[in-house]
Write a protein that binds this ligand. Structure first.
Ligand SMILES: NC(=O)c1ccc[n+]([C@@H]2O[C@H](COP(=O)([O-])OP(=O)(O)OC[C@H]3O[C@@H](n4cnc5c(N)ncnc54)[C@H](O)[C@@H]3O)[C@@H](O)[C@H]2O)c1
Length: 366
C-alpha cells in the first residue's frame, strides 16, 4: 500500500473484540487513529485481555450476540463503518465436540448474520472475515495448502469454519459482485470488497482460553503446578498474534484501494517454515524462559481427535500484500512470557501491550 494510507478517523466495526485476537486488533487500530466499535459477548475468561489492557477505554465496547439480528443490525448500521473485521467465533476444537450445534450457530449462521447486516449497511467498503487454517480438507500430507485447495474439516470447529468460508463466498458472489469490466475488475453494486483470512495457531500475551497450550502453561506456572501436556510430539505451526493481525490490516487496506476487486478473495497467513515446532519444544522453551521452577509433565490421554500438522502456503499474501512473518518464534515466546510476567507484577498492561505493538510496527518498516 502507498505509505500515505492512514487509519486515522476510519470507522471500523470489529466483532470479537472481547477475545484474544480481537482485543489486540482493537488496540492496534485505535492506536493508529481508527474509530473502533467492538461487538461481542462478554469476555469468556477471567482474567481477560480486554480488562487487563483497558481496551474499552480506547474503543466503543458493545456487548451483543452475532446470532441476534435485532441487536447486531442497528449496532452496525448506526455506526456507519467503512471497514468490518469479523472475528467473533467459537474458536476451540474441543469445545466444538462438546457443543457442535452452538459452534455451527455462531460460526456459520453468525457469519451469515454479520454479512447480511453488511448487505444493508451502505457505508461498508471492506470486510475481512477471519476463519482458520483448519478450514482445509486436511489430507495429512506435508504439501502446504494454497487458497484454492478444497475446504473440509474433521471436527465441528474446523468444518464450521469451512462453512463460514462457503457462506462468505456466496455472499461475495450474490450480494457484493465483482464486475469484469474490460481488463480491470471493479466492485459493482454494493461496493463491498469481502475477503477471508486463514491463519493458524497464534500465541501472545493476554490469552486465557481453556485448552490452548500457552494459556495452559501460564496458568500452571502461575499456580506453581506441573503442567500436563497432551501430544508433546504433535508438530504445530506457531506465530505471534501480531503476525496474522498485520496481515488482516494489510488486507483491509488493499480492500479499500482502487483495485479492491483483486483482493476480494481468500488469503493464507501462515508462519515461517522453521516456526512449525513440536508441542514439547514450545513447553521446554516456555519453562526455561519462565524460570521459577516451572515444569511440565506428559498427559498420557491424547484426548479427542486433533488434526495432524497442516501447513499454509502464504505466497499469495507475500506477493500481493507484501505480508510476511517478521517475528522469530523464540522472540515471540520471549514477548509473551514478558507480557504475562508484567501482568503478574501488576504493570500497566495497556501501556505494555501498546509497547509490544509499537515494537512490532518497527519490524514492519525495518
Ligand atoms: N487463536 C487462534 O489460535 C486462532 C487460530 C486460527 C483462527 N482463529 C480465529 O480467530 C478469531 C478470534 O479467535 P480468538 O482466539 O481471539 O478467540 P476468543 O475465544 O479469544 O474470542 C472469541 C470472540 O468471539 C466472541 N463471540 C463468541 N461467540 C459470539 C457470539 N455468538 N456473538 C458475539 N460474539 C461472540 C467472544 O465474545 C470473543 O470476543 C476466531 O474467528 C477464530 O476462529 C483463532
Amino acid at each position: 500500500m502507498p505509505d500515505s494510507f492512514s487509519w486515522r478517523g476510519k470507522r471500523v466495526f470489529l466483532t470479537g473484540h472481547t477475545g484474544f485476537k480481537g482485543g489486540w486488533l482493537a488496540l492496534w487500530l485505535a492506536s493508529r487513529g481508527a474509530q473502533v466499535r467492538g461487538y461481542a459477548l462478554d469476555p469468556c475468561t477471567d482474567p481477560n485481555l480486554l480488562t487487563a489492557a483497558h481496551i474499552g477505554s480506547q474503543i466503543e465496547d458493545i456487548r451483543g450476540d452475532i446470532r441476534n439480528p435485532a441487536a447486531l443490525e442497528p449496532a452496525l448500521r448506526d455506526f456507519a463503518p467503512e471497514v468490518v473485521f469479523h472475528m467473533a467465533a467459537q474458536p476451540l476444537v474441543r469445545a466444538s465436540y462438546a457443543d457442535p450445534i452452538g459452534t455451527y450457530e455462531t460460526n456459520v449462521i453468525g457469519t451469515a448474520r454479520v454479512l447480511d447486516a453488511v448487505r444493508r449497511t451502505p457505508s461498508v467498503r471492506a470486510v475481512v472475515s477471519v476463519t482458520t487454517d483448519k478450514c482445509y480438507e486436511n489430507k495429512e500430507t506435508l504439501r502446504p495448502y494454497v487458497e484454492t485447495d478444497p475446504l473440509g474439516g474433521y471436527d465441528p470447529y474446523s468444518s464450521s469454519k469451512a462453512c463460514a468460508e462457503i457462506v462468505s463466498a456466496a455472499y461475495r458472489q450474490s450480494y457484493f459482485p465483482i464486475a469484469k469490466l474490460g481488463r480491470t475488475d471493479k466492485i459493482a453494486d454494493h461496493r463491498v470488497a469481502l475477503a477471508t483470512a486463514r491463519a493458524g495457531n497464534v500465541i501472545g500475551g493476554g490469552d486465557w482460553s481453556a485448552d490452548r497450550l500457552i494459556p495452559d502453561l501460564v496458568r500452571g506456572f502461575l499456580a506453581g503446578e506441573a503442567v500436563r501436556i497432551r501430544r508433546p510430539d504433535a508438530i504445530r505451526p506457531w506465530q505471534h498474534v501480531l503476525e496474522p493481525l498485520a496481515g488482516y490490516i494489510a488486507l483491509a487496506e488493499h480492500l479499500l484501494s482502487p483495485d479492491a476487486a483483486r483482493y476480494a478473495t481468500a488469503f493464507n497467513f501462515g508462519p515461517a517454515e522453521g516456526d512449525a515446532k513440536p508441542v514439547a519444544w514450545i513447553a521446554e522453551k516456555m519453562t526455561a524462559f519462565w524460570g521459577d521452577g516451572a515444569r511440565w509433565v506428559l498427559d498420557p490421554d491424547p484426548g479427542v481427535h486433533e488434526a495432524g500438522y497442516l501447513k499454509l502456503d502464504a505466497t499469495r499474501a507475500h506477493a500481493e500484500l507484501n505480508w510476511q512473518p517478521r517475528l522469530e518464534l523464540e522472540t515471540a515466546l520471549h514477548w509473551l512470557v514478558d507480557w504475562y510476567r508484567a501482568w503478574q507484577s501488576g504493570d500497566d498492561m495497556h501501556a505494555f501491550t501498546l509497547a509490544q505493538i509499537a515494537a512490532y510496527e518497527k519490524l514492519l518498516t525495518a
